[in-house]
Design a binder for this molecule. Structure first.
Ligand code: GUN
Length: 288
């Protein structure tokens, strides 16, 4: 078997086209563009690249981007004051703070300072709680993006044995809630999991989100599985690699996402889509 490659770039393009249409309609109806504040703290090269991608994507779909860059050493009070200002700014529909934050910040405190109605990253405990209780509002971008990838590929997780490797707040945990909501039987593996291989071998749907290149070996993949690789790892030779041995896994899986060009583009597209959801809900025109 040779897996079919899921083209994340193409699927993200269709999502962004829908967002562009909604954004044009929003401008026509409300006399302003939807607005997204993208806040960067510190100078991490990876975060700078992600933030630039998000800001550029806003411009491409007609969302007004509000940029703020704080130095790594800025006091948490300065960031909290900026959050207050963004929460109270009517031109701002969504607020995103690029993670991880420098160590002097209490990440929970900063996330909880974002108005739940503007939490387009879906990381606020209220939005995570809504997802846990089967009534999602703003959903975390990478897991929601993966659900879009599956839906657009015609894959229903209902009844599937799903195994998630990685239990982070950003991907693993909300991914488990998304897949549970979709009717999968969900296992979450993490650093204390004994015998990762046995769990992976059972997976009809595997989501790898750890950040260790080659962690998931090709021969572990269950024949016919759907393999979603969230890892983005820079190899010593400069190439990007996921967490899964792509060549080995492709020989066994039915579907697989590449790195780059798989999940990454959906994270950005979902952020834009969440911004339109938040904007429409704030002005009271959601679902009309
Ligand atoms: N860092 C890694 N992924 C993400 C994400 O989806 N959102 C934010 N804000 N930071 C991240």
């Amino acid at each position: 078997m040779s897996a079919q490659v899921i083209d994340g770039k193409a699927i993200a393009r269709t999502v962004q086209e829908r967002v562009s249409l909604r954004s044009a309609r929003f401008l026509q109806r409300h006399g302003r563009r939807p607005g997204l504040a993208v806040v960067l703290v510190g100078e991490s090269p990876a975060s700078q690249i992600y933030v630039k991608k998000k800001r550029d994507a806003c411009t491409a779909v007609g969302i007004q981007s509000f940029a703020a860059n704080f130095p790594a050493a800025c006091p948490p009070e300065a960031l909290l004051a900026h959050m207050d200002a963004l929460n109270g700014n009517d031109a701002v529909d969504g607020i995103l703070i690029q993670l991880p934050l420098p160590p002097q910040f209490d990440t929970e405190q900063i996330i909880e300072a974002i108005s739940v109605a503007k939490d387009v990253d879906g990381f606020h405990p209220y939005n995570i709680g809504r997802l846990a209780l089967r009534a999602p509002l703003l959903r975390s971008c990478t897991p929601a993006g993966i659900m879009t990838l599956l839906a657009e590929t015609g894959i229903s997780p209902k009844g599937m044995e799903a195994v998630i490797v990685g239990a982070s707040n950003i991907v693993g945990r909300p991914m488990a809630l998304e897949l549970l909501l979709a009717g999968a039987t969900v296992t979450v593996c993490h650093r204390f999991t004994q015998d990762l291989e046995t769990h992976v071998r059972r997976a009809q749907l595997l989501v790898a989100a750890v950040g260790k290149p080659g962690l998931i070996r090709g021969e572990w993949i269950r024949p016919g599985a759907v393999v979603i690789d969230v890892g983005i790892n820079r190899l010593p030779d400069g190439r990007l690699s996921g967490d899964v041995d792509f060549a080995g896994a492709s020989a066994r899986a039915a579907w697989i996402t590449p790195v780059p060009g798989g999940v990454g583009p959906l994270t950005v597209a979902t952020l834009l889509s969440n911004t339109l959801d938040a904007a429409e809900r704030r002005v009271g025109t959601a679902h009309v």
